[in-house]
Design a protein around this ligand. Structure first.
Ligand SMILES: [Zn+2]
Length: 165
C-alpha cells in the first residue's frame, strides 16, 4: 500500500487523531486515577473539566455508580473490592501519585445508597457527598499512605466544588 493510500485509510479510520497518542504506553508514569459516576450526563462535563486542567491522556478512569458512594456505601458493598483492585492495578501500571474522586449533584446512586432524605436539600446533599468522599480518602490512605486524594463535587453545569480538609 502506498503512503497516500495509507494516509487516506488512516483518515477514514480516525487514525490521524490516534497517532500522537502512540507515544504513550500502557504502563508508565501517569498523573492520577479519576473516580467518577456512571451517570450519562457527566462524561462530557468530566472530560471538559479534565481538559481545563490539561490532564487529557494523563489519567486512568474508574466509573462506578455514585463515584465515591459506590466505593464505600454499605448498600454497594458487593462492588467495592473491584474498585480497590482496579486502583491497585492502576498504581502498578501507571505509577499514579493521586486519586481524583468526583461525585456529582442530583446523583441517583446517592438516593439508592442513603435514601431520598440524604439529598433532599442542597446542604444535606453536600454533606452526604462530603462524607462519602472523606470515607474514600481515608480508605485509600489506609491502603496507600503516599497517595494524594482529591475530593470534588460537580454540579449539573460541570463546575467542581473541591473539598479541602
Ligand atoms: Zn451519579
Amino acid at each position: 500500500m502506498g503512503r497516500r493510500q495509507f494516509l487516506s485509510l488512516g483518515a477514514s479510520l480516525g487514525l490521524g487523531m490516534m497517532l500522537p497518542m502512540q507515544a504513550m504506553a500502557a504502563s508508565g508514569n501517569y498523573d492520577a486515577m479519576l473516580l467518577a459516576c456512571i451517570d450519562p450526563r457527566f462524561p462530557k462535563l468530566t472530560i471538559d473539566h479534565m481538559s481545563s486542567r490539561s490532564m487529557i491522556g494523563k489519567y486512568s478512569q474508574f466509573n462506578i455508580a455514585g463515584a465515591a458512594i459506590g466505593a464505600v456505601a454499605p448498600k454497594f458493598s458487593g462492588w467495592q473490592q473491584t474498585f480497590w483492585e482496579n486502583l491497585g492495578a492502576s498504581i502498578q501500571l501507571h505509577n499514579i501519585p493521586a486519586v481524583i474522586a468526583i461525585n456529582h449533584r442530583d446523583c441517583g446512586a446517592a438516593k439508592i445508597a442513603y435514601g431520598d432524605a440524604a439529598v433532599a436539600t442542597r446542604e444535606a446533599e453536600t454533606a452526604t457527598h462530603r462524607d462519602a468522599l472523606l470515607a474514600v480518602r481515608s480508605e485509600t490512605v489506609k491502603r496507600y499512605p503516599n497517595l494524594r486524594v482529591e475530593l470534588g463535587l460537580m454540579d449539573l453545569k460541570g463546575q467542581v466544588e473541591t473539598f479541602f480538609f
